[in-house]
Design a protein around this ligand. Structure first.
Ligand code: HEM
Length: 505
């Protein structure tokens, strides 16, 4: 293990993804023995067959509870766990920071991930429509070709000019919440958040409003959101069972999703009436017209569930910690004196001021709440890679070509890394010395060349929406406890009906 000393002043110059890197690589490195020497004092590297093994565990996948097994295995089975699948293949689950580092350091310029094979097949089966299997499913040069189309991700020129419109969309979302409150002042927020997320990513990619925030939502938008959810579930199940059956389910859903997104993209290119956006930028830059809709489909697919789920979990935790909610609100009132105050006006001229990890303009409590939510209840459990060379993980030799799951959420639940890990304590990110914690473990957006392409957009949207919601409503929840099901994403296992009391001013 390498102990880290970072040269903090330079951190501000690095893009967010690199700041995580700075936790792992630093100017002064003090070599430490690998952590697994404590587990195997003989220091002998074990071979792959000696690794503790579980499975197949298909029922846990089918009832969407596999995340519970992942969290249990590190306590009951081992610090590195091999999971067998029914077809005889396997994957390796790693839980320790040093193993994350080994995997990321060796994943090359074109990191391999295997999880979206069913989408790859769907697109490969339709070569006349798709010139590429897509960003999520793509491998090697095929993936790199798409990724290079927006090298800095949905950030910079693909995000900053849209922030004022995104705030307008968020204001419409607040109005929609008000109009949906029932006589008890309650509402199920998550379906509205999906619509807000759809409208927001739609604006950035197409520079047009899609009608998602009308009272009942545009029918087409509702269908597309449903198609995106079903696609996530199918991707999840197809990784472990019933590939053929899942493929049959996928075809009509993707036929619909793809046809609509292709139509959106063609309209934006042909009608020239909407204004600058990701699609027109890519078109004017001369990118292959067959590739643009594929990238846009993957951006819609990536954006619809992740940010809304994070916000739902944040509000759920906050509704149980009114004191923390109140402290955040006090900070927000300083920044936005009335409910009508603009959020972005406060940071005009500060191009990066709203980023989640950036101290400064955004309320420190809002930032800490989101960071803690992403630690305890991230939308995605971890990160997958296929090793491109033999690697020693946790003291075992793992051969090249093995699928590896970096269990980031489960690692964030280990006392080795976080004091009182199962508690929601945003204060750990306000006063970093208050509770013991290890940096570089809470990496919910992945890492390296393939880290989440939507990260800057997601950061901005999380802060904007949570700030606006807390500035407009006192949020509480007094129904039964909410559990988690995982269908690619960590979702609530029941409707989360929040009480949202509008603030007076
Ligand atoms: C809280 C919000 C989000 C979280 C926690 C999240 C997390 C992740 C993670 C862990 C990965 C895999 C990274 C890796 O392999 O290293 C990923 C990939 C991806 N994300 Fe996100 N994401 C979020 C929001 C978004 C948004 C808003 C978009 C679209 C604007 C998006 C689009 C994508 C795409 C297209 C990929 C595949 C990238 C590639 O393989 O090159 N994500 N995301």
């Amino acid at each position: 293990m390498a102990l880290l000393k970072t040269n903090r002043p330079f951190l501000k110059l690095l893009p967010t993804g690199c700041r995580i890197l700075s936790c792992c690589f630093s100017s002064r490195i003090i070599e430490q023995p690998p952590y697994w020497h404590k587990i195997f004092p003989d220091k002998r590297i074990r071979n792959f067959d000696e690794m503790p093994t579980v499975g197949p565990v298909i029922e846990e996948y089918k009832n969407f509870k596999i995340h519970e097994s992942y969290q249990r295995w590190v306590k009951d089975v081992g610090h590195v766990v091999k999971e067998l699948f029914p077809d005889g293949s396997c994957c390796v689950h790693v839980y320790y920071k040093d193993d994350f580092k080994t995997v990321y350091q060796n994943d090359g310029g074109h990191p391999l991930r295997k999880s979206h094979g069913i989408i790859a097949k769907y697109r490969q089966d339709r070569p006349l429509i798709y010139g590429n299997v897509g960003l999520g499913p793509g491998l090697g040069a095929e993936w790199a070709k798409l990724r290079k189309m927006i090298p800095s991700g949905v950030g910079g020129k693909y995000y900053l000019p849209f922030r004022y419109d995104l705030e307008g969309i968020t204001n419409d979302f607040i109005e929609l919440i008000l109009s949906k409150l029932d006589k008890n002042g309650e509402v199920e927020l998550l379906p509205l958040l999906f619509r807000w997320a759809f409208e927001s990513i739609g604006f950035v990619v197409l520079n047009r409003h899609l009608g998602s925030l009308r009272f009942d939502g545009e029918e087409e938008v509702n269908n597309l959101i449903e198609a995106a959810h079903l696609t996530n579930e199918i991707v999840f199940l197809s990784n472990v069972c019933d590939f053929e059956k899942q493929y049959e389910r996928l075809v009509p859903i993707q036929d619909y999703f793809a046809s609509k997104v292709i139509q959106y993209v063609e309209d934006t290119i042909n009608l020239h009436s909407y204004g600058p956006c990701i699609v027109t930028n890519l078109w004017e830059a001369g990118f292959d017209v067959k590739l643009i809709p594929i990238l846009i489909m993957d951006l819609f697919q990536g954006a619809i569930a992740t940010v809304p789920l994070t916000l739902t979990w944040a509000l759920y935790h906050l509704s149980r910690c009114p004191g923390i909610q109140e402290r955040a609100r006090e900070e927000l009132i300083e920044r936005m004196p009335t409910k009508q105050s603009k959020y972005y006006k406060n940071i005009e001229g500060e191009r990066r001021g709203e980023l989640l990890l950036e101290p400064g303009h955004a309320s420190p409590h809002v930032q800490a709440i989101l960071r803690e939510t992403l630690r305890l209840s991230p939308p995605i459990i971890g990160n997958g890679r296929v090793s491109q060379k033999d690697l020693v993980l946790g003291g075992y030799m793992v051969p090249a070509g093995t699928m590896i799951v970096l269990q980031i959420q489960a690692a964030c639940m280990l006392e080795d890394y976080f004091e009182r890990p199962s508690e929601f304590l945003p204060d750990r990110y306000i006063d970093r010395n208050k509770y013991h914690q290890v940096t570089g473990v809470n990496i919910p957006f992945g890492f390296g060349a393939r880290f989440c392409i939507g990260q800057p957009f997601a950061h901005g949207q999380l802060i904007l929406a949570l700030s606006k919601i807390l500035r407009n409503f006192e949020v509480s929840y007094d129904r039964e406890e909410v559990g988690v099901i995982n269908r690619l994403h960590n979702e609530p296992d029941r409707p989360v009906i929040f009480k949202m009391k509008p603030l007076k001013q």
